[in-house]
Design a protein around this ligand. Structure first.
Ligand code: MEV
Length: 283
């Protein structure tokens, strides 16, 4: 039986600004989602839309995920990309990205498509202009540590909150997005050079702007504070904010103490490897 898998993702820089065409950096992670023939269960909206687009009458696809939908790892985009690849195994990354982005936006309503790019391309990506530019960043293995807050974020509601803020205070929010863009561009260089100290500092700057935008939460702040105290190079929320996960960067010597700090602060450490391969036919 054929199976297709696609990776989950973590946003490293540029969330929210990416919705307005600014650049962001995303990494695909080794937690994967699998699509195969079978009876669909649960939320089938993305599978149904993929079958409607590229399937034939009677195609039945089911999905299984190695990660919880609560983490914010991008299960909707992973399932859409994996289903499209199942239906057209020869489809290239750009074709998969374009069609999956169209589907995810039609079902979900809002978003930049960066998560779809991570599922289709894999690796660590510089994503700009809603996907007009999708370029791999060749980084050494990323010493990333992930802490789950215990609560799921409502991405669409958070995007709408920021939209309202931007309408009410266009100059203030525009300046925040411009600053996030600069940080993201600098982070691209620092990541490529494996300059973790600098990447960490840039994560902290990015987090200040996200806090300012009002998308952080008490639990995210608690975990971020704890890992910085424990010696991480830097930390920030990852994704829409409000809950989901935070990411930290720390050297080998600090990994255990940083992970312990997450647990002591009430978070859950999630072990992942960054820079995982994109969608692929497994068998
Ligand atoms: C959500 O994971 C990240 C946002 O920037 C939305 C998006 O880019 O699709 C808030």
């Amino acid at each position: 039986m054929m199976r297709v898998s696609a990776p989950g993702k973590l946003m490293l820089f540029g969330e929210h600004a990416a919705v307005y065409g600014k650049p962001c950096i995303v990494t695909a992670i080794d937690a994967r989602l699998f699509v195969h023939e079978g009876d669909p269960t649960g939320d089938t909206r993305f599978l149904d839309a993929a079958v409607a687009a590229w399937g034939t009458a009677g195609t039945r696809l089911a999905a299984e995920s190695a990660f919880s939908g609560a983490y914010g790892f991008g299960s909707s985009s992973a399932v859409t990309v994996a289903a499209l690849k199942y239906l057209r195994p020869k489809a290239g990354k750009r074709e998969l990205f374009d069609e999956a982005k169209r589907i995810v936006l039609a079902v979900q309503g809002k978003g930049s498509g960066f998560d779809v790019a991570a599922a289709a391309y894999g690796g660590t990506l510089y994503f700009d202009g809603g996907g007009t530019t999708i370029e791999p960043i060749d980084t050494p293995p990323l010493p990333l540590i992930v802490g789950y807050t215990g609560s799921k974020a409502d991405t669409v509601a958070l995007i709408s909150d920021v939209e309202k803020k931007r309408a009410a205070q266009p100059e203030r929010v525009g300046r925040i997005f411009d600053a996030i863009e600069k940080i993201t561009d600098e982070a691209r260089e620092a990541l490529a050079g494996g300059d973790w100290q600098r990447v960490g500092t840039l994560m902290n700057f990015n987090q200040e702007y996200l806090r300012n935008l009002g998308v952080s939460s008490d639990m995210l702040e608690r975990l971020i504070h704890a890992v910085l105290e424990a010696g991480a190079f830097g930390a920030k929320l990852s994704g829409a904010g409000g809950g989901d996960c935070m990411v930290a960067l720390a050297d080998k010597e600090h990994r255990t103490v940083v992970e312990d700090a997450i647990a002591s602060a009430g978070g859950q450490v999630i072990h992942i490897i960054a820079g995982a391969p994109g969608v692929r036919v497994e068998s």
